[in-house]
Design a protein around this ligand. Structure first.
Ligand code: NAP
Length: 463
């Protein structure tokens, strides 16, 4: 895949970038290693000051960074600016709490003194996706830098300007040269980078295939990994739920980021007794969404990030139809109204789509739909809802709607996922650990757990 900025709303190639040579990669790893030897001895207070400075740059220049994101991957501009603000919040969070999370933990043993100390590992490789091009990186970088590690970023090939902007922000914030570097390289270079003796660990956010590939390479070289992979999150609505609140949230939860979020609600599982009303309201709301230029503040849904994603989604919806699904709205990219606007004709637009009546045995139900397509299912009761919620290889997040306490407790306990949100939309929050189970990955980002992923948890015992 070429490293390039291609406007997904118009198909226009804005700028292309030459990938780094092997020699240039080696020099950057040298620099990171040298920087680590100094950086590991800096104080938490100093690192916190640099993180606060990064937060300030993000907030001061949020509009410019938001525009870069919208240009490269098509998310609506207001959402892009909000993403920059969220990045500032994660920098502030670890600046304020990192020293506490990494303080020695005393333990009572037979020693005269024993405690646990958290020490940095060194260079950590971050392989990141394009869908939240700032947030995915900052939620790794803030705790990694606070813990004393070095970050090297291999970002998705379609967001090179975001990748370079992030390196620049951290540099301007005052972090030493080499503490955080962007490597403009294709996925083909990841194997040799992870094999390099200076790289101590890796984190990947992306598809199952990429995660499995990176983890097997890291396993071969005995290096720790964190994987944040795909999801097909259930959104369960029981009869007792506040139906209007559930429908409104269902729209946002599926359409956020033009439908391209790992934790977007993708399968809507509704109790039979309220299914007709839920469906009717959802279709009405989908029909009112405005698809178009992501720079237009009136736009609800912009283009998909790449032509490949559009092609995959079209193919998946066709497969749904072949496997017995019924399209209630959308389902055809050629019917998109924006195609009448000349400059947008070559954009990757796909309309908000709902597919119902799929049989649970349909193989397509097992897949992740990365775009504005909702799969709708009806279930007779809670047992069937939980069984269906757990019926994919994924286990990232789940949103469940009920006002019944017994139902709530069963949903919390029995859904197999990294998080369960009751009467709310699944979202990441610096204060809460984030990550998946099953094929959605392992390890956690954010919260206290996130900062403990890339440290040596050293046991100290003194007689
Ligand atoms: P992707 O194709 O796996 O790409 C993600 C990153 O991995 C990119 O930097 C990509 O580089 C690189 N990559 C691709 N194949 C690789 C390989 N074989 N070895 C090493 N690196 C490789 O994923 P995507 O399509 O961009 O992103 C969408 C997926 O990410 C969805 O499944 C989504 O659910 C998941 N996601 C998960 C989370 C989470 O927190 N769990 C968050 C966001 C997204 P190139 O761009 O150069 O190919």
């Amino acid at each position: 895949m070429a490293i390039a900025t291609i406007n997904p709303a118009t198909g226009e190639t804005i700028k292309t970038f030459e990938p780094l040579t092997d020699e240039a990669i080696a020099l950057k790893l040298d620099l990171a290693q040298q920087a680590f030897e100094q950086y590991r001895h800096t104080s938490f207070e100093q690192r916190a000051t640099w993180l606060q400075a990064a937060a300030k740059i993000l907030l001061d220049e949020r509009e410019q960074f938001g525009k870069t994101m919208t240009l490269e991957m098509g998310k609506p501009i207001a959402a892009a600016i909000a993403e920059v603000e969220k990045c500032a919040s994660v920098c502030q969070y670890y600046a304020e709490n990192g020293a506490r999370f990494l303080a020695d933990v005393p333990a009572q043993t037979d020693a005269s003194q024993s405690f646990i100390r958290f020490q940095p590992l060194g260079i950590v490789l971050a392989v990141m996706p394009w869908n939240f091009p700032f947030w995915q990186v900052f939620r790794f970088a803030a705790p990694a830098l606070m813990a004393g590690n070095m970050g090297i970023l291999k970002h998705a090939s379609n967001v090179p300007q975001c990748a370079l902007a992030i390196e620049d922000i951290l540099q301007r914030a005052g972090f030493p040269r080499g503490a955080f570097q962007t490597l403009l390289v294709g996925a083909d270079k990841v194997a040799s980078i992870i094999a390099d003796h200076r790289v101590k660990a890796a984190t990947l956010t992306g598809s199952e295939a990429a995660g499995a590939s990176l983890a097997s390479l890291a396993g071969k070289h005995i290096k720790k990994t964190v994987l944040e992979l795909g999801g097909s999150d259930p959104f369960v609505v029981m009869e007792s739920a506040d139906l209007d609140a559930a429908v409104s949230t269902a729209v946002t939860a599926r359409m956020i980021n033009n439908g391209q979020s790992c934790i977007a609600a993708k399968r809507f599982i509704v109790q039979e007794s309220i299914a007709d009303r839920f469906t009717q309201k959802l279709v009405e709301k989908y029909a009112s969404l405005k698809l178009g230029d992501p720079f237009d503040p009136e736009t609800d849904i912009g283009p998909l990030a790449t032509r490949g994603i559009l092609d995959d989604l079209e193919h998946q919806v066709q497969t749904c139809i072949e496997q017995g699904g019924k399209v209630l709205i959308g389902g055809d990219s050629h019917s998109v109204p924006t195609r009448s606007v000349v400059s947008l004709q070559k954009g990757n637009f796909y309309p908000p789509t709902i597919v119902a009546e799929l049989s649970l045995d349909s193989p397509i139900v097992q897949e992740e739909f990365f775009g504005p397509v909702a799969l709708l299912f009806r279930v007779p009761d809670l047992d069937a809802a939980i069984q269906l919620a757990n019926g994919t290889p994924f286990g990232l997040g789940a949103s469940a709607w009920t006002t019944d306490e017994t139902e709530r407790d069963r949903l919390i306990n029995e859904i197999e996922s990294g998080c369960v949100f009751i009467n709310g939309m699944v979202k990441s929050d610096p204060r809460l650990p984030f990550g998946g189970t099953k094929h959605s990955g392992y390890g956690r980002e954010l919260g206290v757990e996130g900062i403990h992923e890339f440290v040596n948890i050293k046991t100290v015992w003194v007689k």
